[in-house]
Ligand binder design. Structure first.
Ligand code: ATP
Ligand code: MG
Length: 437
C-alpha cells in the first residue's frame, strides 16, 4: 500500500526516442504550412484522403519490395495480441492510398487526384531531419498514364516552393524505364558490380543478386566510385520511355522550371517506373531531400488490383520547416486580435458574453484567467496582453461595466485613439478588431 506520509517517487515518462512533441509556438508554423498546402491542393483539384496509420504488414512487403531499407530494417511491425494479425505502422502512405483506392473502387469512373497529411514511422537513427515518427504531405494522381500528369505534380510542388520563398531547391529527374528495360540494365549492373566485388560491403554483396538497383542507393562512401562508373539505366531506355521523359521535360521547360537529369537517381522503394524525381537542398546536410516521388504503374497489381497507371510524391514536413527556418522564413500563425483585461472577477460572466459575441463574429480573443487563479493586477494583465501579441486590449473596468461599455486600446499602434464602445453593439464593431477587416 502507498504510505501517505512518504509518497512513492513515480518515474518520469518521456516520449519515445526519435518521436517528437510539436508544441506552440512551433505548432503554429505547422498549421500555417498545412493551411497553405490545403489551398494549393484545392487549386490543382486534389482531394483529401485519410487512411489508417496501421496497415497489414503484407501491404508494405508486397508494395515496397522485400529487399528495401524500409522493409528490411525500418518498419515498426507487431502482432495483434488478440488475433495474431501481422500489422505495421505505415512507413509511407502511397501503398495505403492505393489499397484504399482498390478496396473502395475509387477509380470506377476515371482517374482520381488525392492528397494527404500525416505521421509516418521508420526505425532509423534519429538526427536532424531524420526522425522515427515524421510527417509527410503527399499527393497521388491515380489512373493517369501521361507524362503531363507527372509534370503537373512537379509543378504543384514547385508552386509551393515559390509561395514559401524557397528558391534554392534543385529538381533532379531521372527515368527508371519499364520492367524489360530494367531487366537488361539489371544484368549489366550485376556484371559491373561482380567485376568490382572486392569494394562491395556486406549489404551490397547480399543484395547484388536480389536487387542490384538498390546498390546505387548505397550511402557507403567507399562504394561511390564503383557506383559512379555503373551502367546507366537511361542508356537502356526504349523509344516509348524516352518519349515519356521528353513529355515531362517539355512541360517543365514551357513553365520555366529548371531541372537536372540525374542518371544515378533511384528511389528507396521498388514500386517506381519511368519518372522519378527529388527536390534537393544543400542547406540541410545529408538530409537534403525535401520532396520525392515518381511514377508507379505496377503497384496496383502488386497489391491485388487491376493494372492502373499512377504517379505521386511525398514531402517531409519537418525538413521543409527546418529549411524555412534555415533561410529565415518563419511563417508564424495568425496573430491574436484582442486580449480581455478584466480587473474584477465579478464581471467575468458579463465579459464572457461579450467575448462570445466577438468570437461568433470572427474575432480571436484571449481572456485573463478565471477568479480561481486570482485576478492579476491591471499592470500585470496589460503585460500579459502585450506578451500575447494581441493587437488590441479590451478593458472591462468597473467604470466601463457600469456604463455598459468597454474601452478598446490599440497595443501596436500608438497613433490609434482609444475608443469606448457599447457592449450590446459588440456584433457591429467586432469587424474593426479583425486584422483582415
Ligand atoms: P532518405 O533518402 O532521406 O532516407 P527516403 O528516400 O527514404 O529519404 P521517401 O521515402 O521518399 O524518403 O520519403 C519522402 C520524403 O519524406 C523524404 O524526401 C523526406 O523529406 C521525408 N522523410 C523520409 N524519411 C524521413 C525521416 N525518417 N524523418 C524525416 N523525414 C523523412
Ligand atoms: Mg530513407
Amino acid at each position: 500500500m502507498n504510505d501517505k506520509t512518504t509518497p512513492r517517487k513515480v518515474e518520469k515518462l518521456v516520449a519515445v526516442k526519435g518521436m517528437n512533441d510539436i508544441l506552440p509556438p512551433e505548432s503554429a508554423r505547422w498549421e500555417a504550412l498545412e493551411d497553405r498546402v490545403r489551398r494549393l491542393m484545392h487549386r490543382f483539384a486534389y482531394e483529401n484522403v485519410r487512411t489508417p496509420i496501421v496497415e497489414p504488414t503484407a501491404l508494405f512487403v508486397r508494395g515496397l519490395g522485400e529487399v528495401t531499407d524500409i522493409v528490411e530494417k525500418e518498419m515498426y511491425s507487431f502482432e495483434d495480441r488478440l488475433n495474431g494479425e501481422a500489422l505495421t505502422l505505415r512507413p509511407e502512405n502511397t501503398a495505403g492510398v492505393v489499397r484504399a483506392a482498390i478496396e473502395h473502387s475509387l477509380l470506377y469512373n476515371g482517374g482520381k487526384r488525392l492528397y494527404y497529411f500525416g505521421p509516418m514511422f521508420r526505425h532509423e537513427r534519429p538526427q536532424r531531419g531524420r526522425y522515427r515518427q515524421f510527417h509527410q504531405i503527399g499527393a497521388e494522381a491515380l489512373g493517369f498514364g501521361g507524362g503531363e500528369v507527372d509534370a503537373e505534380l512537379i509543378l504543384m510542388a514547385h508552386a509551393l516552393w515559390q509561395e514559401l520563398g524557397l528558391t534554392e531547391v534543385e529538381l533532379q529527374l531521372n527515368s527508371l524505364g519499364q520492367p524489360e528495360e530494367r531487366n537488361a540494365h539489371r544484368a549489366a549492373l550485376i556484371q559491373h558490380f561482380e567485376a568490382h566485388h572486392d569494394v562491395l560491403d556486406e549489404e551490397a554483396k547480399r543484395r547484388l543478386h536480389l536487387n542490384p538497383l538498390r546498390l546505387l542507393d548505397s550511402k557507403n562512401p567507399a562504394m561511390q566510385g564503383v557506383i559512379e562508373a555503373a551502367p546507366k539505366l537511361l542508356d537502356f531506355l526504349g523509344e516509348a520511355s524516352k518519349r515519356h521523359l521528353q513529355t515531362v521535360t517539355d512541360v517543365l521547360t514551357a513553365n520555366g522550371v529548371a531541372y537536372r537529369i540525374n542518371p544515378r537517381l533511384v528511389r528507396g522503394m521498388d514500386y517506381y517506373n519511368l519518372t522519378v524525381f527529388e527536390f534537393v537542398t544543400t542547406k540541410l546536410g545529408s538530409q537534403g531531400t525535401i520532396c520525392a516521388g515518381g511514377r508507379y504503374d505496377y503497384l496496383f497489381e502488386q497489391v491485388g488490383g487491376k493494372p492502373t497507371p499512377a504517379v505521386g510524391w511525398a514531402m517531409g514536413i519537418e525538413r521543409v520547416l527546418e529549411l524555412l527556418k534555415e533561410i529565415g522564413h518563419t511563417d508564424a500563425g495568425p496573430v491574436l486580435d484582442a486580449y480581455a483585461v478584466v480587473p474584477d472577477a465579478a464581471h467575468l460572466p458579463q465579459v464572457m458574453a461579450c467575448l462570445q459575441t466577438l468570437r461568433a463574429a470572427g474575432v480571436s480573443v484571449q481572456m485573463q484567467a478565471s477568479a480561481a487563479e486570482g485576478m492579476a493586477s491591471m499592470k500585470a494583465q496589460f503585460k500579459r496582453a502585450d506578451a500575447s501579441g494581441a493587437r488590441y486590449a479590451l478593458i472591462f473596468g468597473a467604470d466601463e461595466m457600469a456604463q455598459g461599455q468597454v474601452t478598446v486600446k490599440a497595443l501596436r499602434d500608438a497613433n490609434q485613439p482609444q475608443l469606448s464602445l457599447a457592449l450590446r453593439d459588440a456584433a457591429q464593431w467586432a469587424q474593426r478588431l479583425q486584422s483582415n477587416a
